[in-house]
Design a protein around this ligand. Structure first.
Ligand code: ADP
Length: 471
């Protein structure tokens, strides 16, 4: 990671800087070169005009113009050559070529009225060849009588450019060192804080007692990782606590009937002459405690099975009206024993994609509770409705109700409001937690409304289409 960061910082820092400096160098050259060229052309044109007018090409006995040509040649640290229309060199400020013929293509083009420029890169010399025109200068009709060749040294510009380049190199080295140090510092800081974080996580993993926390003071992103880790630890701790609580609840619940059985059997065994009636009574009690133990174990098995197979849903299209009717019929004898009326209201036929076994658990638990926690001669109403997305099952009773402050807890495992009554009715405190798990596995929801002494309403909402709701 550190190497990547370093490379990225250097690339991002140095490359644009290098490109920028190179562009500046090219710009500098273009600007100075063009300016110099313009200056030469301007002066050349003026000189060509003066030469044409004074007849200098035929007769060079004009010291003033000669001096001017000399001065111009010196100004450019170069040479000025004049040729007549026969390409014969009539004047050379360097005094070397006079009388010779200039063999080069530039004057030939210049004779046709086309000014020429040529840059000799090796000698750093700019060569400008301009026509000398008699008559209307530059316009058609003028007669080209010769050409002026100005050779100007560009060495000063090239040297300035070279100096500039040297400075660029120095600047680049300086910037690279600076960037390298910064990159090392920044990447070092980042990786250090990450290493510190992972060290702390490792330490906590090995010695975790539920109290340690991760403190970091560094980059925001590292802080966010630490925060996410803190939340994860909190969640794991909460899960672990609830697991432990569940195990201790299970042990307690399983132990209660066993203790009762032990007490009952001990009293029978220790008593020498137990009357037969007492035997029968105690054995009946032992029998009901065994039933209770079996019920707890059964409920626990259902719960564990739901947890384990949460991914395994056996989905099929089921007629919910028929399902509810079957469950109500099965539970009717339980209601009749206490004179409780069972009513089923159906607003339409509902076909839904559900796991039939799991949804049966939901409905039978709710209807069984509505009977168990009802008053004698009360009523249980189950109603079924649906819209385009969900179906709704409402189980309403006229029973003891649930105090508002308890309503939030009844879906927890082993939670019972009135332990004695629940025990009497054979409750284990697991029914509603099984119900809620099964509803959630269908991506549905369950809620309760209740008024103590009046009754309770449990409403289950489940999507009609299972596949659509599970992405
Ligand atoms: P149990 O096996 O004890 O019935 P549940 O999980 O089904 O366990 O219910 C938890 C507690 O919620 C019950 O002990 C009872 O106190 C309360 N409860 C559930 N349903 C009703 C209801 N219809 N009316 C009143 N109280 C209810």
């Amino acid at each position: 990671m550190r190497v990547h960061l370093l490379c990225a910082l250097i690339l991002v820092g140095i490359l644009p800087l290098y490109a920028g400096l190179r562009a500046m160098k090219a710009l500098y050259w273009n600007y100075s070169y063009e300016k110099r060229l313009e200056q030469i052309k301007e002066q050349g044109t003026t000189l060509a005009g003066q030469i044409a007018q004074s007849g200098y090409l035929e007769q060079q006995m004009q010291p003033e113009l000669s001096a001017r040509l000399q001065a111009a040649a010196e100004l450019y640290n170069g040479q000025i050559i004049l040729v007549n229309s026969n390409l014969l060199i009539v004047k050379d400020t360097a005094g070397r070529e006079e009388g010779k013929t200039l063999i080069s293509e530039e004057p030939i083009y210049a004779m046709r009225g086309e000014p020429q420029t040529y840059y000799d890169k090796e000698d750093r010399i700019e060569e400008v060849t301009l026509p000398i025109v008699l008559g209307l200068n530059g316009e058609n009709g003028g007669q080209v009588i010769g050409a002026i060749v100005i050779k100007a040294s560009m060495a000063d510009i090239v040297e300035a450019q070279e100096l500039f380049e040297e400075n660029i190199v120095v600047l680049m080295i300086g910037a690279t060192i600076l960037l390298l140090v910064t990159a090392l510092f920044v990447s070092g800081g980042m990786t250090k804080s990450l290493r510190k974080l992972s060290g702390r996580i490792e330490y906590i993993t090995e010695t975790y007692d539920g109290t340690q926390i991760i403190e970091t003071e560094s980059y925001l992103e590292v802080e966010q990782i630490a925060e996410a880790f803190r939340r994860m630890m909190e969640k794991i701790t909460a899960t672990e606590n609830s697991r432990q609580e569940f195990v201790s609840n299970v042990s307690h619940e399983l132990k209660t009937p066993l203790t009762a059985i032990k007490v009952l059997s001990d009293s029978l065994l220790l008593e020498p002459d137990v009357p037969i009636e007492m035997y029968q009574e105690f054995i009946a009690d032992i029998n009901s405690e065994i039933d209770r133990e079996a019920k707890i174990v059964n409920d626990l098995l259902s719960l564990v099975k739901l947890d384990k197979t949460s991914g395994e849903m056996h989905i099929a299209e089921v007629n919910i009206n028929e399902l509810l009717e079957i469950i109500m019929k099965r539970l009717k004898p339980l209601a009749l024993k206490r004179g409780i009326e069972m009513v089923f209201e159906s607003y339409r036929t509902v076909l839904a994609e559900i796991d039939e076994v799991k949804m049966s658990l939901v409905f039978s638990n709710l209807i069984e509770n509505a009977i168990k926690y009802n008053r004698d001669g009360g009523r249980v109403t189950a109603s079924l409705n649906a819209d385009h997305k969900y179906f709704y099952v409402k189980i309403e009773d006229t029973g003891i109700g649930i105090p508002e402050e308890e309503q939030g807890f009844i879906f927890e495992r082993f939670y019972r409001i009135d332990k004695a009554r629940s025990r009497e009715t054979g409750g284990t405190g697991l029914g509603l937690s099984i119900t809620k798990s099964a509803v959630q596995m269908h991506k549905g929801s369950i809620k309760v409304q209740s008024v103590p002494g009046v009754g309770s309403v449990f409403t289950v909402r489940v999507p009609l289409n299972f596949v659509l709701t599970v992405q």
